[in-house]
Design a protein around this ligand. Structure first.
Ligand SMILES: C[S@@+](CC[C@H](N)C(=O)[O-])C[C@H]1O[C@@H](n2cnc3c(N)ncnc32)[C@H](O)[C@@H]1O
Length: 430
């Protein structure tokens, strides 16, 4: 049995978990249910994604989100594409919250009377069962034919408090959704359109396994992997865009959501499929005074697109990787990066020129000695950008800050090390 909520008439009776979306500058206040807030897609992320989707040539019909949670992503797709939406949610209260949120967002956008709202519905039921949902909608609208599905969006729930998880732990499971819905998806110029919003923690092997599940149902369908980051060097979202939702000629895309809501997202695109390993390889080279060192956005490096982006901010320069992964991927190069645009600057944690190579162990007892070297180079502030014991790091940084604040240096600097090398590299920021 399924229950259908109409956003136009749904009430908020019994709903309690109300909170403003922080990425909408607090302007949109949304309901969640059954502790669904941590699962919800932030409004800004949802909008950025829907705008990218609006560049695709989708078939006619409804946007379907078959595990719609609080309905935020669904609402963004509907508003940007101006298409009616069908959301399915197993948890009945969350389905009601989702319907109410669609109404709230439409009101916020002055679109409550828009045509797409008239036909949008939320079903409380099993999102894996395409037959049951399609016949329920057909019956609800008193139509013979099942609704045409233009896009299938899927953001499955994952086990909480777990750093890693298997594909079979996703709820609903990808293979079950594919089997349940493949007969009901419309074809666009590149077949059906699907957007799978997956865990950013999927290993490379799991990503390949997802492709295998897709190929079992839609062999060789076009695909674009999209890594989304809101900064802090973390991948926030990893999604697979398929078929008519895939971006032509783009196998991988990195999307940096800007800190300011009003700015456009920064996009880096590349053509190598997942099967090509694009991970950079660290090569230890003797560091040189005068060379440049940059620490890149870790999420960009994880997407495999760092090399492509580097070509746009360097003049065919030879780049070598001092640290190839982790939180502070580090490159060495001869000339400054050309970071004229703020968007490019967001992709670099720090960049500068090596002014001193210091062979010493970094500990509280050596801070005085390090400060003397820093003053010789007119340095007023040194940020430690190397892997240190988490207890020691703030103590060392505090001791350096205190000592330098009493002296008269003028330049900002940072300190890095290369993988497996104790040498401290002092770089003046550029
Ligand atoms: C990660 S949340 C989706 C969040 C959503 N994208 C948003 O913007 O709010 C996943 C949802 O899938 C629901 N779910 C799990 N199994 C399901 C199933 N078989 N059918 C429908 N929904 C299901 C969970 O209750 C959960 O609310």
């Amino acid at each position: 049995m399924v229950k259908i909520f109409n956003p136009a008439t749904v009430s908020n009776d019994g709903l309690t978990e109300l909170s403003p979306d922080p990425t909408s500058a607090g302007r949109i206040v949304l309901y969640h249910a059954s502790e669904g807030k941590p699962l919800a897609t932030p409004w800004q992320v949802a909008l950025t994604r829907s705008r990218m989707l609006s560049e695709c040539d989708l078939p006619e019909g409804f946007v379907l989100d078959c595990a719609c949670g609080s309905g935020i992503q669904l609402a963004a797709h509907m508003a940007i594409l101006q298409r009616p939406g069908i959301g399915i949610e197993l948890d009945e209260q969350r389905a009601q919250a989702s319907a109410f949120n669609l109404k709230t967002i439409a009101l916020h956008r002055n679109e409550s009377e828009a045509e797409y709202m008239e036909f949008s519905r939320i079903i409380s039921g099993d999102g894996r069962d395409g037959e049951a949902a399609s016949s329920a909608i057909a019956e609800h609208f008193q139509r013979e034919e099942y609704p045409a599905i233009a896009l299938l969006h899927l953001d499955p729930a994952r086990p909480r408090n777990s750093r890693t998880h298997g594909l079979e732990e996703m709820a609903p499971r990808l293979d079950e959704v594919f089997a349940g819905w493949s007969p009901f998806l419309e074809d666009g110029p590149n077949g059906p359109a699907l957007l799978l919003d997956l865990s950013p923690r999927l290993s490379n092997q799991q990503q390949i396994d997802v492709e295998r599940l897709v190929d079992l149902v839609w062999p060789k369908i076009a695909r674009t992997w999209v890594w989304t980051s809101r900064g802090r060097g973390r991948v926030d979202r990893l999604a697979l865009w398929l078929g008519s939702a895939a971006i032509k000629g783009v196998a991988r895309r990195f999307v940096r959501i800007p800190p300011n809501i009003a700015e456009e997202a920064h996009i880096v695109s590349g053509g190598s499929p997942l099967s090509t390993d694009l991970s950079p390889v660290a090569k230890r080279q003797p560091p040189r005074r005068g060379e440049r060192i940059s620490i890149l956005d870790a999420a960009l490096v994880e997407s495999g697109l760092a090399e492509e982006w580097l070509q746009t901010v360097t003049k065919s320069e030879k780049i070598s990787w001092g640290v190839a992964g982790g939180r502070r991927p580090q490159i060495h190069h001869d000339h400054p990066l050309r970071l004229e645009s703020p968007a490019d600057r967001h992709l670099v944690q720090a960049t500068g020129r090596v002014v001193a190579l210091v062979r010493m162990k970094l500990e509280l007892s050596t801070v005085d000695q390090l400060v003397e070297t820093l003053l010789e180079h007119d340095i007023s502030k040194l940020t430690l950008r190397t892997n240190l014991d988490p207890d020691l790091q703030p103590k060392l940084q505090g001791a350096l800050d205190r000592q330098l604040s009493r002296r008269h240096g003028r330049r900002d600097a940072f300190l890095v090390q290369q993988s497996g090398d104790e040498m401290l590299l002092i770089c003046v920021a550029e």
